[in-house]
Write a protein that binds this ligand. Structure first.
Ligand code: XMP
Length: 512
């Protein structure tokens, strides 16, 4: 783990904004970790946190199943800030009173007491985002009310002697005016954080740590061309140079020009040891006749591991495996433990027991936007750093039904054109994911006097924050028109183009 002197603990009560909260804290240059609300005071003591934040949560503190933390955390002498549900936890723990509205409010205009350290020198009449039915109706003894309105008698309260602070609203959500300032005041003026979490320092420290850990031993890395594996590989390369070997498996489901780009960047620009394995035929053979999406994923995942293992054996002497695991993949938090299981089987995800001395996961504590900042620090080209998410099984889950080389080639060309038109229209940074799909539908068309019976391509573009829900992108008709006419004229065998206007739910982002 990267050495950080002062860090914040976010105790997660299952709120939908816990990761956003952690990212806001990191944006204030303070390192923080998210752990379950079940984390004991004993464990916290061992970790030298300079502050604890109790997150929001969807439960009611008035219910029998209300998640509650170890109350000993309030006696550790570490400042605690409770947010939303977390505020109720503080009130409840110190015998305050909590009541419930019949409906959830989402915003409120409140009066702040600017003598509170959290609100110092800030406007005292603000709009805030509140997202819970419960509210504190009577403050516990010893607590001073520091924000209120006619509905919320206690929108914020504090007991500075005990270092306890509570906000009934969410400072981490953009709708709360000056929310980041309240957080900063807690971090810097209450917890006395140093603000030493900077990506430039992370990069230098991380390279140093890898150097010390690996010494003269050899590391092997599965490079997919995605931002996580690329940044991990470059960090390790900066630390140990030619003692790192990257393996790039071309399973045949990559987008147009991707294998070439990977070779150009990592072999030519970074001068890395790179082994490119052309496994296209092998994967297609395994997938012959397979139409079920999950079976496709399973076969691709397993075959990927086989290919990687064979290459690792050929190389023979690698002691460490480098992986691009990032923080959202490892957060273990929330009242519902099942939430921690990653929903997608990722092709880059290798099992831990494939015979290495250890794992190197340099990005294990970073959020995606931090990974991108590190990527830019390391001079990785912007088109890789800001590459849109691409599923591990790649185009295999964008060809509906059985895969063939011909279908993949058709899709690759159509997808290239659509992405090109989106980029030319200047939309690539506003759309979260955009791609073409081979629908496996044939339909009747006409060229001149000739009737055709050809392929239908669907275009999909979505806007989303976290990929668990998504809205279809309102792309201007002119852009769709250009994409459609180019696809039907430039890609052989396509006579119809559809645009998917379904959001998630009920659809998913991918077709399979
Ligand atoms: P869905 O289709 O479930 O996709 O709405 C949500 C996000 O996950 C990506 N995705 C995958 N990523 N392996 C991956 O690594 C997969 O099998 C996989 N399936 C979907 C999808 O591209 C979107 O970003």
């Amino acid at each position: 783990m990267i050495a950080v002197n002062n860090k914040i603990l976010v105790m997660d009560f299952g709120g939908q904004y816990s990761q956003l909260l952690a990212r806001c804290i990191r944006d204030c240059n303070v390192f923080c970790e998210i752990k379950s609300f079940k984390t004991s005071a004993e464990q916290i003591k061992k970790n030298a946190y300079c502050g604890i934040i109790l997150s929001g949560g969807t439960n009611s503190i008035l219910s029998d199943k209300a998640p509650i933390c170890d109350k000993e955390i309030f006696n550790l002498g570490i400042p605690v800030l409770g947010i939303a549900y977390g505020a109720s936890v503080i009130a409840h723990s110190f015998n305050g009173k909590i009541d419930s509205f019949s409906e959830t409010n989402t915003s409120a205009s409140i009066e702040l007491d600017s003598s509170s350290v959290l609100f110092k020198n800030l406007p005292n009449n603000v709009n805030v985002f509140i997202n819970h039915k419960d509210y504190i109706s009577v403050a516990p003894d010893g607590f001073k009310i520091t924000a209120f309105n006619k509905d919320y008698p206690i929108a914020a309260m504090e007991n500075p002697d005990k270092n306890l602070y509570a906000l009934q609203f969410h400072p981490e959500v953009a709708q709360t005016e000056n929310g980041t300032d309240y957080l900063k005041n807690f971090l810097y003026n209450v917890c006395k954080c140093k603000g030493d979490w900077l990506m430039s320092t992370f990069t230098t420290r991380s390279i140093e740590e890898i150097k010390n850990r690996v010494g003269n031993k050899k590391v092997i890395c599965a490079l997919s061309g995605g931002v996580d594996s690329s940044v991990s590989a470059v960090l390790v390369h900066k630390a140990i140079g030619k003692n790192l070997t990257c393996i790039f498996v071309n399973h045949g489901f990559l987008r147009k020009d991707e294998p070439e780009t990977v070779e150009k960047v990592f072999r030519d620009q970074f001068d890395m040891n790179l082994i490119c394995v052309d496994a296209r035929k092998r994967f297609l053979d395994k997938l012959k006749g397979v139409t079920d999406p999950e079976t496709k994923r399973k076969i691709i995942g397993e075959e990927f591991i086989r290919v990687f293992e064979e290459q690792a054996k050929l190389l023979g002497d690698a002691e460490f495996l480098c992986q691009g695991t990032i923080y959202p993949d490892v957060v273990e938090s929330g009242p519902d433990d099942s939430k921690v299981i990653k929903s997608h089987h990722n092709v880059g995800g290798l099992p831990e027991n494939i015979g290495f001395e250890g794992l190197i996961e340099p990005l294990r504590y970073l959020f995606k936007d931090e990974v991108r900042k590190v990527g830019l620090e390391l001079s990785i080209p912007e088109n890789l750093v800001f590459r849109q998410p691409f599923p591990g099984p790649g185009l295999a889950v964008r060809v509906v039904g059985e895969l063939t080389e011909e279908k993949l080639d058709t899709l690759r060309e159509a997808d290239f054109i659509f992405r090109d038109e989106i980029e030319k229209a200047g939309l690539s940074k506003t759309i979260s994911q955009y791609f073409a799909v081979y629908t496996n539908i044939k339909s009747v068309g006409v060229i001149g006097d000739e009737r055709t019976y050809n392929t239908t391509i669907a275009l999909r573009a979505v806007i989303t924050n976290d990929f668990t829900t998504a809205d279809f992108a309102r792309i201007p008709y002119e852009v769709l028109e250009r994409a459609s006419s180019r696809i039907t004229s430039e890609v052989a065998g396509v006579n119809r183009v559809l645009y998917d206007i379904t959001s998630k739910p009920p659809a998913t982002i991918e077709f399979e």
